[in-house]
Design a binder for this molecule. Sequence first.
Ligand code: AMP
Ligand code: TRP
Length: 325
Amino acid sequence: MKRVFSGVQPSGNLTIGNYLGALRQFTELQQDHECFFCVVDLHALTLPQEPDTLRAKTLEVAGLILAAGLDPKRIVLFVQSHVPAHAELCWLLNGVTYTGELSRMTQYKDKAKGRKVITAGLLNYPILMAADILLYRSDLVPVGADQKQHLELARDIAIRFNNRFGNTFVVPEPFIPKVGAKIAALDDPSKKMSKSDVAESYIALLDPPDVVAAKLGRAVTDSGREVRYDAKEKPGVSNLLTIYALCRGMSVKKAEADFAGLGYAVFKKTVAEAVNETLRPIQTRYREFTSSGAVRQVLVEGAGRAAEASSLVLRQVKEKMGLLV
Ligand code: AMP
Ligand code: TRP
């Protein structure tokens, strides 16, 4: 069975972008893959976090990953900092990664822009991500389009290490959805929807129905009247059409046909209904998972299984690099 690994940062409210770009794929892959999903709290520390909020969000994100439709009996879900092997392998891979590779990353450049000080963590972020993936000898990594470059670096690090020290790592493949890999922000369709932006810009998985309707009602479109997919000329409308199509499980073409001759107000209202129908079962399961206290238990078991699954690779890496083990 092929191995799958993916991570989600607990740095804010999970959005419909996270769901459509990543979590939805997790639920499909769990059927016939051995899956490891990780709440990557160490990654969140590369930007300033309020400690109590980070702790609360770590539990919330874990609950939402489960609520998205994952079966805790089938998958391993755990918190990154609970398995020290991630930080250890990250350090070891620091020795085979070049600063030029890191400073070229577009996410680094975007996040560093306008900051007075830039932490080393922000630069080294992709090494930790490579460690996450390579530690489990993962074959497939389901992510949104924004992570493609990080994944290419993880592949380069794996290939370089294997060449230098002998075959150790599996070279992972990205698993990026054809539609929905980059859901745009509601208030600015030229940007990706991000959980660390203002609340108006995203639909959170825990937003109540009236909030979803209000946010979509205010979503930026254009001065035209036609509901048509045209990513260049009509990015706002195209983004909402994509969200609608994915929520309804139909093609964008079919979604377009649903709105032929209808105005933007009806369009937005119907998109809100589709989004709310998608969120309702997630929110219900989330309440069930949190009220039963099941999330904590899943994370404890998950950390144990992840530590076990990763120990051999970490030991091999240490031996190959010349540490006294
Ligand atoms: P993050 O919120 O950065 O931890 O992302 C968790 C997962 O969601 C990653 O696989 C991202 O690529 C994916 N993701 C985040 N934002 C979006 C978005 N706007 N559209 C599609 N996928 C996204
Ligand atoms: N960098 C990813 C993001 O921000 C999160 C992440 C960390 C991840 N480690 C990973 C994703 C390993 C996939 C595999 O979205």
